[in-house]
Design a protein around this ligand. Structure first.
Ligand SMILES: [Zn+2]
Length: 483
């Protein structure tokens, strides 16, 4: 509460002129002054005397005005909490920048529960857990609070689908579930497939659902299928997930092709020709370099960090960062604390190894009770707390890429709904404004922040569209097949 007083002769008139009702939203911090309701006191030696208050009718009208204001701020995305150590003025500035910016997130795994559990984005996901026990981070209200303009819905196909021979079917199910959500919520969501559509959605106040395939084996070695995925709206493809396959090697070290096979290189060329971005998250360093040798369009890493900050195979080494700068691509930082931070990664690995016998026993015990298992598993993990890096670590990766490659080649790729926990201080997508604040706090300019939040991706995407140009999708398509 702030007060002001002014001296009038020997008395002091004291007005409660600013009892700030502080509304913290991701789009700005607003203090509603209650001066409209002011009570005026005269403070003198005789004591404190109320000398003025508003007429009840005026108060009533102002009450309605206040109510409308609160509804308005709620609609903007009420709920973002300013960190305790934040400077309120800088926070307000950060929220202003955040609200204005086009924000594009490279990776979100929400389609998995949309297919497996019929999850509807209109349902609140706060405090809920996926079938595998991981927490939810995404729903329509949280989208609003996040300020996100374009979200890549991950058409994720697990490596096990290669064994069960249903990779393409899985991708089809995921794509349909994304369309279903867009069709069910036309007031909030748009399916977007171009950079222009993203800019238009920003103006219309809508969220763009974009789609990217995770796991290149989803095309089942068919460039014909690749073209149809493009038609359905897929605008990037992560060449592998965690396992190597017929034409590309994954990050974990299994060498099947010594990088990208000849057919793999043709996949990259065909993606360039179509205007589908090549995503180097999850692939081996050799594949990253092979892609950069072949591609004519900018590439992305949709959800990876900088390896120099945390030496993890899911992150991108400096030599590749420098090449991505030459290529005009974007490295979109993954928020998963074990990718962000070495200590978190080490402690998580140690904890998993230590608790494995108990976890296995729980899995057996609750074989037919997924919910029961999740509750028990979470209890087990919570009993053994570990160090979890906070959201500021995300900006350490951004800082590094800014230094090594340049501010034009870094973005964000949260991996919301695809990770077992988020950085300390973040509960879900609604906490994205923290990243904007941290960049501002470190001295990033508004223009630099806007580049990281979305403009860099838009530039790369537009360039890929330009390279594709006005081509026939199938008529001029590659007929190469895998041998
Ligand atoms: Zn991934």
């Amino acid at each position: 509460m702030s007060r002001s007083g002014k001296l009038e002769g020997s008395n002091s008139i004291f007005e409660l002129d600013s009892v700030p009702l502080l509304l913290k939203t991701p789009l700005g911090e607003f203090s509603i002054k209650l001066s409209q309701f002011f009570l005026r006191f005269r403070i003198s030696k005789k004591g404190v005397r109320l000398i003025h208050e508003s007429h009840p009718l005026v108060l009533f009208m102002k009450g309605i005005k206040l109510f409308c204001l609160i509804v308005f701020f709620c609609a903007l995305g009420f709920g973002q909490t300013m960190p305790k150590d934040a400077d309120p003025k800088m926070w307000a500035d950060a929220m202003r920048i955040h609200k204005k910016a086009i924000i594009i997130d490279g990776h979100n795994d929400i389609p998995s529960p949309m297919v497996d559990d019929d999850f509807d984005l209109a349902t609140s996901s706060v405090g809920k857990f996926h079938g595998d026990g991981d927490p939810f981070h995404t729903d329509l209200a949280r989208f609003k609070a996040s300020g996100i303009t374009g979200e890549f819905f991950s058409i994720y196909v697990g490596g096990d689908r290669m064994q069960t021979h249903d990779s393409m079917r899985r991708a089809m199910d995921m794509i349909d579930s994304t369309y279903r959500e867009v069709e069910k919520h036309p007031g909030q969501l748009n399916l977007c497939t171009t950079a222009d559509e993203i800019r238009r959605a920003k103006k219309a106040g809508k969220v763009c659902a974009l789609m990217g395939i995770e796991g290149g084996y989803a095309i089942e070695n068919s460039l014909f299928a690749l073209r149809n995925f493009y038609r359905l709206g897929i605008r990037y493809m992560t060449l592998t997930h965690n396992v190597s396959h017929d034409w590309a090697d994954a990050h974990r070290g299994e060498v099947k092709n010594n990088g990208l096979s000849e057919f793999g290189k043709e996949v990259v060329r065909e993606m360039n020709r179509l205007g589908m971005l090549v995503d180097i998250s999850h692939v081996s360093v050799k594949v990253m370099n092979d892609v950069l040798d072949v591609t004519k369009s900018p590439i992305i890493a949709s959800h990876s960090g900088a390896r120099a900050v945390n030496d993890h195979t899911r992150n991108v080494p400096d030599e590749v960062l420098k090449r991505v700068a030459q290529n005009g691509g974007v490295i979109m930082i993954n928020f998963y604390p074990s990718f962000l931070d070495a200590r978190t990664n080490k402690e998580e690995n140690e904890r998993s190894a230590r608790l494995k016998p108990q976890s296995d026993a729980l899995r057996k015990q609750y074989a037919n009770d997924r919910n029961g298992y999740n509750v028990a598993e979470r209890k087990l993990l919570h009993a053994k707390p570990m160090f979890i890096a906070d959201y500021k670590r995300i900006v350490d990766h951004i800082d590094h890429i800014k230094q090594v490659a340049g501010i034009d080649y870094v973005g964000i790729g949260s991996d919301f709904d695809g990770v077992p926990f988020l950085p300390a201080g973040m509960n879900g997508m609604e906490d994205l404004p923290l990243v904007t604040y941290e960049m501002l706090h470190r001295g990033y300019t508004e223009q630099e922040i806007r580049k990281v939040l979305g403009e860099n991706f838009l530039r790369a995407f537009s360039q890929a569209e330009k390279v594709a140009g006005n081509r026939q999708i199938s008529g001029q398509g590659s007929l190469k097949r895998i041998n």
